[in-house]
Design a binder for this molecule. Sequence first.
Ligand SMILES: C[S@@+](CC[C@H](N)C(=O)[O-])C[C@H]1O[C@@H](n2cnc3c(N)ncnc32)[C@H](O)[C@@H]1O
Length: 263
Amino acid sequence: MPNKSSNKNLHRAGVAKNDEFYTQLADIENELKHYKDQFRGKVVFCNCDDPKESDFVKYFSRNFEHLGLKKLIATHYKDANLFTKESPYKLEYNGDKNDNRMPDPSEFMTEMIGTGDFRSEECINLLKEADIVVTNPPFSLFREYVAQLMEYKKKFLIIGNTNAMTYKEIFTLFKEDKIRTGYTNFNIGMFFMVPDNWELFHHIDKNGKKIARVSTSCWFTNLDVEKHKENVTLYKKYKPEEYPKYDNYDAGGFKKLAQLFDR
Ligand SMILES: C[S@@+](CC[C@H](N)C(=O)[O-])C[C@H]1O[C@@H](n2cnc3c(N)ncnc32)[C@H](O)[C@@H]1O
């Protein structure tokens, strides 16, 4: 039963540092179906993904042969603050060997040396090997995460908080056409699986998983997105007098608008 009153709280939770939102397979399939040609022969890296749990890993391993991937890598992060005996592990999958279209432990699992932090040397070495990074990284580390992708000049398709568009660093990338939104409507939010102990959620799905809505979440990418190549149909000529000037910014001037986002 939807718990409408929880939406506001969920939004707050999304804004606060809480990164335990797990992407649903259907959302991954709906976005990824548009990029099939761009994945042929590529090494895909999911660097915030427990290979045993992530639906990104499920999607790419099931579609490994169909997409013509060269390799799939995924790294599991072990939060140093959480007490668990399990060492973090990584997946390095080169395709199906026993015809079940799934990476079996015998085909892929290896332990990691470090914690699986995407910023660690171990993960950066894997990043260097990758062509395209695809994941839903922790929202709280989004700036750092995108900066690292830029530093290593990687193609990416990732989920983030829609408000990240207004971050100074990210807005600059939009202006330079180095990042764009994906195909999924960026204005309607997304539903994510959340841990069993979450008290605030939207509904429980047919598998008994708690699902929460994050109203500000969308896909960001530097892959080709056809809709962004289309010309916008213009129907008016720009006239300064038709665009208001507010106390804090000049709505008619793009430069001023950019400054508004400059925070
Ligand atoms: C928003 S969740 C998404 C998980 C998965 N990518 C998905 O979409 O289902 C972000 C994940 O990043 C992991 N994480 C947090 N800090 C990290 C870090 N510094 N390096 C790598 N992963 C991290 C968390 O454990 C969490 O599982």
